[in-house]
Design a protein around this ligand. Sequence first.
Ligand SMILES: Nc1nc2c(ncn2[C@@H]2O[C@H](COP(=O)(O)OP(=O)(O)O)[C@@H](O)[C@H]2O)c(=O)[nH]1
Ligand SMILES: [Mg+2]
Length: 229
Amino acid sequence: MYKGERITVIIPCLNEEQGIEQVLRRTPSFVDQIIVVDNGSTDRTAEVAESLGASVVREDVRGYGRAYKTGFSRATGDIIITLDGDHSYPPDAISYLVEALLHLNVDFLNASRFPVRDRRAMSFKHKFGNFVLSFVMSLLFFRWIRDSQSGMWVFRRKILAGMILESDGMAFSEEIKIEALLAPEVRFEEIAIQYSSRLGEIKLNPWRDGIQNLLFLLRKRFARGSRHA
Ligand SMILES: Nc1nc2c(ncn2[C@@H]2O[C@H](COP(=O)(O)OP(=O)(O)O)[C@@H](O)[C@H]2O)c(=O)[nH]1
Ligand SMILES: [Mg+2]
């Protein structure tokens, strides 16, 4: 509980036994519910997460977006915070982000990884790809967004009811931000966090996921753009 608000943390994991341990050890004690969505891991992710007090939900259908949708269906908090299980996003920033959500009086706060302060955290190729995706999203949706691919968001659970979330893959990250931006009643802000190098093996396939995310943006804009109009 934080200032009267129930807090749920959701972490999608595909073979993150190393990272999830660090993430859970550093998650603040005011968090009421921690959901680890185990996306068919073959390592000790589920055991480690359970032993550190998380509720582990298994989702056998692979996919980052799919894992989140399963996690959301179990969440009971007023405020939801998401992050990767690889310890690249800072669990220490959870209190700062929740405080900022309340202080700024917004409904969706995107934690931006840029500018990246730790040189080892992101390659030039990834920075460039992220820039292109964020730039295109900004142009298509008429709102400057610095980090369309960030996996750390803080938002009021009630806003999910008005969202149409179709992506089961990596494009889920941009989709939830687009849905938040398009809803007139949802106040959206972005705030900087420190991003660091992940533990364990990367699951992202930069070319495949980058191109898919770009195509997804275009489809979302032109196939569904008039929905909120
Ligand atoms: N790519 C991918 N990631 C998944 C899946 N299920 C859960 N994840 C988790 O989603 C998070 C993001 O993946 P990651 O490799 O860190 O991608 P990046 O942060 O964009 O470089 C990690 O915590 C993964 O373990 C899945 O099916 N595919
Ligand atoms: Mg990651």
